[in-house]
Design a protein around this ligand. Sequence first.
Ligand SMILES: Cc1cc2nc3c(=O)[nH]c(=O)nc-3n(C[C@H](O)[C@H](O)[C@H](O)COP(=O)(O)OP(=O)(O)OC[C@H]3O[C@@H](n4cnc5c(N)ncnc54)[C@H](O)[C@@H]3O)c2cc1C
Length: 470
Amino acid sequence: MAINPKKHEMPVQSAEERARNFGEVALGYTPEIAVAEAQRCLNCKNRPCVDGCPVNINIPDFISRVKTGDFEGAYDTISLSSSLPAVCGRVCPQETQCESKCTLGIKFEPVGIGRIERFVADWHNANFKGEIALPESNGHRVAVVGSGPSGLTCAGDLAKKGYKVTVFEALHTAGGVLVYGIPEFRLPKDIVSKEVETLKKYGVEIKTNVVIGKTLTVDELFEDGFEAVFVGSGAGLPRFMSIKGESLKGVYSANEFLTRANLMKAYKKDSQTPVMHAENVAVVGGGNVAMDAARTALRLGAKNVYIVYRRSMTELPARREEVEHAEEEGVKFEILRNPVEILGYNNPENPRDQKNGFVRGIKLIKCGLGEPDERGRRKPVEIEGSEYELDVECVIMSIGTSPNPLIKSTTAGLDVNGRGGIIVEESTGATSKQGVFAGGDAVTGAATVILAMGAGKTAAKAIDEYLLKN
Ligand SMILES: Cc1cc2nc3c(=O)[nH]c(=O)nc-3n(C[C@H](O)[C@H](O)[C@H](O)COP(=O)(O)OP(=O)(O)OC[C@H]3O[C@@H](n4cnc5c(N)ncnc54)[C@H](O)[C@@H]3O)c2cc1C
């Protein structure tokens, strides 16, 4: 049978329709499309896709099960390595991981591994009726700080081994960036809550509204009887550019803007949380977070949304699919531009003018590209005298985040690096403080869901070995 050179298209909401609603953009494969896409897999002997997956899912095995219609068997295979397949099938950068290694990809488009993974997870969630087998308790207690993908994975793996795990989460809902950052139109929140509910069935206790470092310290967790602590507190501290005008009303960090829109549902009429519904919005940055903020601003009713990025489209770090979706929806790209100042209203004749103190625009300078930096990316070089102004009422800064220093500053003996990341032993996640392990963005700085999950898995294994030894 001749191989289809292209991946089966993902059914999506039309760009016009979706740009004004928060429903999921990608609608998922049907069983027929999933089987047809699985049939493109060559089932090659050396299985390079498995090495491309940070948690080494047995991809050829789950795909061969999909070929025969054994969707639950495929789910079981994925579950051996990944605890969040419905999430990863939606947000993993497969194009730079498993799919980039696919043998079929040498000649044609690679197998749509992520799309098949998503199908399998959704099929399981819709159809699985069996009971989960609960492990026998081993009597040991472990505390997990943070309920993002690293914390949830670590908690799940330990609970399945019989540990009594308590997750402490600062926010009122569990899920980390999966609930407060990544928007509903890319990752519906009921998928995350289903994963959290499954963990609870395994006996994991989740305590929300507890800020470790304020409500309780790590040392107090040990005093309370926990024998090990996993810190998966993420990298939620936003960075700003230190340019004039950043304290004007109408300037948000992407994290604040997205938290208001996603977690607090500020787009709903009955939401208690306000968010600016501006007509003209500039988003500074070019990563996935910037694309999410820009597309959220559109859905909140903006007429013009600009991505301001200082390099060219080639260097844009966001996933290609997200950039294409943003372009289709009408996001405009101010490429090779750097912000110099955020401009505010200031009416000297009327100090009571209601607009005073609000954003009225952003001043940008044009850039060219110079020599490559240490990471091989060509450096932006500002072109003198090329400044111009863009009329916007809202500016969203999306230029990166760092780990919050709270846990470090309240935990004696916990070493961090110059960027605030907790220093760990790579193979175990063990920190400089005995019994404390860490992983995910809290260690690496802002990274990916699958890497955070992988770190949670590594630490769970190491905590198990540590507690059995002690
Ligand atoms: C908008 C956005 C879009 C993204 N898109 C993608 C994508 O498409 N694909 C991808 O792979 N990755 C994406 N990422 C990155 C990815 O989401 C993160 O790398 C991942 O969530 C990190 O997981 P984590 O468990 O380390 O931390 P987080 O998900 O950040 O979770 C940490 C949790 O710890 C809690 N916490 C922090 N401090 C404390 C404390 N002191 N006490 C108690 N709890 C605390 C926080 O409230 C949070 O819930 C995106 C990130 C953002 C912000």
